[in-house]
Write a protein that binds this ligand. Sequence first.
Ligand SMILES: [Zn+2]
Length: 390
Amino acid sequence: MSQTPAQAGPSGLASLACDRSEPMSGCGTWGPHPFMAGRDAIVRHTSLGESAITISKRDWLSSVSAGLGLTRLLESLIRRPCLVVFNYHRVTSPDSCPYDHAVIEATPEEFDDQLAFLKKRYNVIDLEEVQALAEKRSPLRHRHALVTLDDGYRDGYDVALPILKSRGIRATFFLTTGFIDTNKVPWWDQVAFVVRTTERRRLRLRYPRDVFLNLDELGADRTIQRLLKLYKHPETTNPGRFLAEVEEACNVPRPLEAPERLFLSWQEVEALALAGMAIGSHTHTHPVLAKLTAEEQQQECELSRDLLREKLSRPVEALAFPVGSRQSFSETTLQCVRTAGYRLAFSYYGGVNTRGMDPFNILRMSIDRMSVAQHRLRSAVAGTTAGRAW
Ligand SMILES: [Zn+2]
């Protein structure tokens, strides 16, 4: 990815990234975390990486705090009025999932714990309130949080919705309209599937350049993330050709359709809206917009908007850029988004929004598979909560 700001994550035992330039998923990227803003505090966002190095919490904290001035940074960051937008893709168990595990940020239990934590630490608001803050119609005086879920996976309805409702949180779902009511398998899950299924241990790709990957050395998850990083790279100007290369290298046909529907049905989308969740666009086919022509980008923005508006009978004014890294959208993209009538656009390379936030680049980050215990430990070490949290 273009830049790799510091980021912290996850789960029970912290996992240190072996390669900090590695993106977190087909849909995501790296970014700074409000609880851990140290430049060297790099933690891999997925806790599921087979190649991840796990160390004890104490070791992890030692490595994080060593020489960083981290506590001071955190204090200033965390007490300032801000808007933190936490993004999820899937809430489910990764067990036996043949697709991309890096888009599974939480199990149902973890999601519930995380939402409880957010409710205690932040003023959790909805999209409408975020719009008022971003458009400066409402002053930013507190520490606000918004919960968003990208792509429109079916578990957003089956699993996340009941938990959101029980916690009284009105999240925003950014939907890729071309996936709705289909059994389609998105490109990142196709890549993950063929890598998990292949019997080949060494993969060779010739496009966009010569690449050798040793599955025995890297493990499946890391191999998948390397390939997805290449897919998203500006060098890969022909994503279809790249996917064909991966398919050939693995000698496994890409699953274009899943045996079961992975994404929401229109009925479920309507139910989300009825339950008070906001619905935004995540384009129609989930391309890396910056790789498309202006006309194609305009079409992506408008088609998804029209479909959602028609089905929901309400305006659709927010869009989340697919992938969301700095390289995934351009000035042309921003123009298209404005022309299509959107009033808010969300990126996904990390960061906290403060008073000068840009309505067309609202920063988001992954909360990932952090346990509540880890949040508490972090807060204590950072000395930022002074007994208020937990
Ligand atoms: Zn996405």
